[in-house]
Every structure is written in structure tokens, then in C-alpha cells.
Ligand binder design. Structure first.
Ligand SMILES: Cc1ncc(C[n+]2csc(CCOP(=O)(O)OP(=O)(O)O)c2C)c(N)n1
Ligand SMILES: [Mg+2]
Length: 280
């Protein structure tokens, strides 16, 4: 990938992280760990891979995102705000009365949110329905589905994956956020699912595993999904829960955490310096 493009995507990922911190700090606490782990894939998707029009969020020809781990709403909202779907300042209304940004994603409330999620597992079936629907309509679109590793302990996920393969949904790209942790424990301890790559392959998916906080690796893996050949795609993203803010990643159970004013200032300064210092 061109150096310039890589730089743009890295910067976008930093901006998404800052926007998620902004939203969560305004509320005082929230799902920061699992928002940070998907910032890079959101940057690659909304930074060029997806066909979108922020001025026309319901455009029929758009690609769609289903963040089935709906508790990562702050990362999705951060992305949409940075892309101009709604004013950045609105991030500060996260989960407050009257907001368009509830803690979990709601397609009836937020411009740019393509599917309502939050009850883990259900987004996977919904994404399959969306991908099948787009195919039946003859649309040349893709549906990107982000699933949590803890979420994948839900039986519904695998019923949906079997359906996707049976219906040859090669316009569906499953992005498994293998961040090793779930709400109150390590996924390996709570309910290990074995080898995700072998599992997706056995279900009939075209599957790859990539470093999931690496925009270049993600871009390459996603580029492969532009032209399907009868099989749905799975990208197992090896991520870090809390990626991008070392102090957050170091908190063992960083699922939903408070963010103090002091932490907010420090983390925003650290992320901001990555933009200015040219590290991002
Ligand atoms: C059906 C259902 N059961 C339980 C919950 C509560 N819950 C919210 S997040 C979560 C853990 C999810 O872990 P994972 O999918 O690994 O998410 P991540 O690590 O990416 O935050 C749980 C159990 C829920 N939202 N839906
Ligand atoms: Mg997880």
C-alpha cells in the first residue's frame, strides 16, 4: 500500500480512538476496551474500503456495517462523527436522555448506523439477512459484520455462519475481533471455541487471520473480499482489547471502565501527539 494511504488510515484510527474516548468520558464510563480494539478495522473500512456517502446515509448502493458487538457503539459513533455523518460535538451526548447515540447501536436513532445490535449473537443473523437481501435486489454491495470473540460463544453465531455458507453469501465479510477478553474474563477461560480459522473454514468460509490492529494487514485482507466467488469471507483479527492506549490495555478487565478527567486529558494528549508527531 502507498505510504501516504497507510499514513492516512493510521491517522484516522487515532482520530476514531480520540472520538471514542471523547464520548465515553462525557458519560464518565463505558465500553472502552472493545471500542479501541476495532478502531483500526473501522478506519480501513470507512477510510476507503466501503462504498459510503456520509451525506446520504441510506443510499441504497452503499456497503453496510453491522457491529454485532453493539456495546462498541462509541467506536462506531466516533467513526461516523469523524466521517461527518453528524456533528462531532454530538459525541458528548452519548447515552444521555434524548440522544441519538445510545450506548448500543440503533439504526432508528443514528445517521449511518445500518443495524441495531446489542443483544449478542443477533447481529450475525441480521447481517446474513441483509447480505441475502442485497443479493436478491441485485445490488453490488458488501456487508461487513464485526463479531466479538466472547460473542462467538453464542450458538446463534454459528447457525448464522452455516446459513451464510449455505446461501453462498460472498458479499458478506465477517470480522472476528479476537481480542482474547470478554466481559468478566479471558475468552479462553470462559468458553474457548478452539481454532477460529479452522472453524470458519469448516463452515465453508474463505478465511484469513491477520494482525487486527495493523491497517496495512487489514487493508490487504479486505481487498481480497472485493470479488466473491461463492463463499463468504472471514477475517480473524488478532487484536488487543484496549489497543492504542497502553494504560487501558494493561487493565486486565477493561470491558467497561470509568474514565476520569485526568485520564481523559492524558490519553487525549497521548493520542493527539501521535497525530502531530507523525507516529500515526
Ligand atoms: C445476549 C447477550 N448476553 C449478554 C450480554 C452482556 N454482554 C455485553 S458485552 C459482553 C461480553 C462480550 O465479549 P466480546 O464479544 O468478546 O466483546 P469485546 O471483548 O469485543 O468487548 C456481554 C456478556 C449481551 N449484550 N447480550
Ligand atoms: Mg472480546
Amino acid at each position: 500500500m502507498e505510504e501516504q494511504k497507510t499514513r492516512e488510515l493510521k491517522e484516522l484510527a487515532v482520530r476514531i480512538r480520540m472520538a471514542a474516548v471523547e464520548a465515553i468520558h462525557s458519560l464518565g464510563s463505558g465500553h472502552l476496551g472493545g471500542s479501541l480494539s476495532i478502531a483500526d478495522v473501522l478506519a480501513v473500512l470507512y477510510g476507503g474500503e466501503m462504498k459510503i456517502d456520509p451525506a446520504d446515509p441510506k443510499w441504497e448502493g452503499r456497503d453496510k456495517l453491522v457491529c454485532s458487538k453493539g456495546h462498541a457503539g462509541p467506536a462506531v459513533y466516533g467513526t461516523l462523527a469523524v466521517k461527518g455523518y453528524f456533528p462531532y460535538e454530538e459525541l458528548k451526548t452519548l447515552n444521555k436522555p434524548g440522544t441519538r447515540l445510545p450506548s448500543h447501536c440503533d439504526r432508528n436513532k443514528t445517521p449511518g448506523v445500518d443495524m441495531t445490535t446489542g443483544s449478542l449473537g443477533q447481529g450475525t443473523s441480521l447481517a446474513c439477512g441483509m447480505a441475502l437481501g442485497d443479493k436478491l435486489k441485485g445490488l453490488d454491495t458488501r456487508v461487513f459484520l464485526i463479531v466479538g470473540d466472547g460473542e462467538s460463544d453464542e450458538g446463534q453465531v454459528w447457525e448464522a455462519m452455516a446459513f451464510a455458507a449455505a446461501k453462498k453469501l460472498d458479499n458478506l465479510v465477517v470480522l472476528l475481533d479476537w481480542n482474547k477478553r470478554q466481559l468478566d474474563g479471558w475468552t479462553e477461560d470462559v468458553f474457548p471455541m478452539g481454532d477460529y480459522v479452522a472453524k470458519f473454514e469448516a463452515f465453508g468460509f474463505d478465511t484469513v487471520k491477520v494482525p487486527g490492529n495493523d491497517v496495512e494487514a487489514l487493508s490487504a485482507a479486505l481487498a481480497r473480499t472485493r470479488k466473491g466467488e461463492g463463499k463468504p469471507f472471514a477475517i480473524v483479527m488478532d487484536t488487543l482489547k484496549g489497543a492504542g492506549i497502553p494504560e487501558v490495555a494493561e487493565i486486565e478487565m477493561n470491558h467497561s471502565i470509568p474514565v476520569s478527567d485526568e485520564q481523559y486529558e492524558r490519553w487525549m494528549a497521548q493520542l493527539g501527539s501521535e497525530l502531530e508527531g507523525g507516529k500515526a
